[in-house]
Each structure stands twice: as C-alpha cells, then as structure tokens.
Design a protein around this ligand. Sequence first.
Ligand SMILES: C[S@@+](CC[C@H](N)C(=O)[O-])C[C@H]1O[C@@H](n2cnc3c(N)ncnc32)[C@H](O)[C@@H]1O
Length: 346
Amino acid sequence: MEHSARAQEGDTASNGGTVDGADRRVTSIFNSAVGAWAIAAAWEIGMLDELKTTKEVNAVEFAAAHGLDAASMVGLSRALAAVEVVEREGTVVRVSSNFDETYRTKSFFHWLVRGSAEIFRQMPHSLIKRNRVGAYYQRDSAAIAYACREINELCYDSTFWAAIARLGYDVGVVADLGCGSGGRVIDVLNRYPSARGIGVDIARPALENARLDAATAGLAKRTTFLEADVLDLQPRPEFADVDLVTCFMMGHDFWPKDRCVATLRRLRECFPAARRLLLGDATRVEGVADTDLPIFVLGFELGHDLMDITLPTIAEWEGVFEEGGWHLVRTNRIEMTVGEVIFELA
Ligand SMILES: C[S@@+](CC[C@H](N)C(=O)[O-])C[C@H]1O[C@@H](n2cnc3c(N)ncnc32)[C@H](O)[C@@H]1O
C-alpha cells in the first residue's frame, strides 16, 4: 500500500532507482556516451567491418589476431551490447537489428569522439567569453579527415558526381580547398586521367596523409598539396590553369558574411580560369524540435558554436554569391542530416 502510494508520486524506489523509469533513461545517457566511443573505436580497429562481413565476432580471438588487449576488447564489446548495436554472449558478439544503421552512420560517431573530442572536453573553458580568443580549442585534423572521407560518401558523393556530369567540359586542373585527406582530388583525377590536382589545407597532418594516399594511388606526379589558409589565399602560378574549384565541408569557415563575400571574391582573383566552383557544406538546421533532431546535428552545431563558427542557412548562402562575384547556377539540397547542400557556381 505504502509502495503504490510512493509509485503514484513518482518517488524514489527502495532499490535507489526512481519508479517512473527516469533512472534507466538517465543511465542510458551515460551508456550512450560510452557506446559512442566504442562505435568509433570498433570502426577504426576493423571490428565493425568484420561484423559487417561475418555477423559474429569473438572479442578474444579478434584481440589475439590484431594485437589488442583481450580484456579491453571484451569491455568494448559490452559497451556495444549496452547500446544494442550487438548482442553479446560471453566473449562472442553478434550483430543486432541496429547494426546496419550504426555501420552506415559510423563516421558521425568518429567525427564526434575521435576528431572533435577535445572541443567537448573543453566545453566549460570555451563557454567563457573571455577565453574565446586566439587558438582556444583543438581538434584532431587527421581524425576529422578520416571521418569526412566517409561522410562525403554518405552525404555528398552522388550529388557531387551529378554536378560533375553537368560541367560540360573535361577538367584540366582541379583545386580542392580545405582538401583534408585529399580524397576528392584523387577521385577527380581518377575520373579525368589527364587532369592535375591541387589540394589546399591549413592542417599539416591532413596534408601529410593526403600526399601518402595520392602516392599510394599512383598520383604523386599529378598532385600538389599546399599548406595555406583559404581565407587568406594569394594567387600562385600553379593556380593559373585551374578550371574547377571544389570546396567541401569547410565553406562555413568563410563566414560571417563580410568575410565570406571577401573570400569568394578572392577566389575569383586566385583562380582566374575557374569555370565552376562546387561548394558543398552543412547549413544550420531550423525548425526541428530538440528531441527530433537527426543524427549528427546536435554535435555538429554545438561543436561549431563552441568554436565560434557561424553556420549559415541555405538562404544566407544564396544571398552572398552575386556580391562575392559568382553566379549561382543551381542549388542541390541534400539535407540528409545537417542541412547538406551543394551550390554550383559559375
Ligand atoms: C571537415 S574537413 C573536410 C575535408 C574535405 N574537404 C572533405 O570533404 O572530406 C575541413 C577541412 O578544412 C580545413 N580547413 C579549415 N579551415 C581552413 C582554412 N582556413 N584554410 C584551409 N583549410 C582549412 C581543415 O583543416 C579540414 O581538413
């Protein structure tokens, strides 16, 4: 009698949990955080790929085969099971009904916990206005480039290749701004066997990986990777023949508006022979309830707020092109999670 009266009041149950289930829900917040780390790690060490192929992995055998710590691998498997990505029986895990969706979206987890972890770890510091000067946050640029390669495939690639098919000319020299791992340069060169490619990025670790990947792909002689700030780009002899400029997942760094207009104009000066600029990026998602946000949005937008980076809306982008010296030929709205869009500019 006393218990049911307490239950009606939503009071604390005798085992210390709340009788309305809030304890389980709050526990799942904690477990999801650990699960996110486990998903990103399981991808990087090859376990997600093995599960995708074989549907079942013995964590201890996997650890032995890959030089990993067995106890930690069983712990990682338990974390994956706690968030219901797999089902676990002792050291054996099998894919659950959530596995395929987790596999499809694994790069978002990786972006969050491997590439951007430091931003969130330092959140209390970055919230304080007076701290937000100079290089007040860090990210892992190589890890971000790793995740972005797959985010590209998932979100942008089919629309990007459709835009390439509409170019109406064979690419001679492509310049990719904020090139990260260099994947886009490599892909375009594979499509146009006589083209050359230039990748520009501000982050040295990402450029080093890009050079290695281009060399592995047999493209070392056809590629140049330059360390430079796209927001302060200067004309160079190598840029003179560039006929296609691409810029993916960094256009938001052009903002706020005045700097964006100035950067767009500068690109016209730096690349006088450019016939197309393909600008693909995330935009700010509006009008979705907090509890209905698609995957990635929450981390992406809070992360950028903490970095003091303005995420423009599609309409705000469309309002700067003419002033920036570019004619908008077509807006491709992808809007898979974070308001992805590709603008085709002439
Ligand atoms: C999210 S990653 C995207 C990488 C690549 N474009 C892709 O589509 O996979 C953004 C890249 O832009 C680079 N970046 C950011 N600001 C930059 C700037 N001002 N100048 C040059 N590169 C910049 C980062 O170092 C990073 O490699």
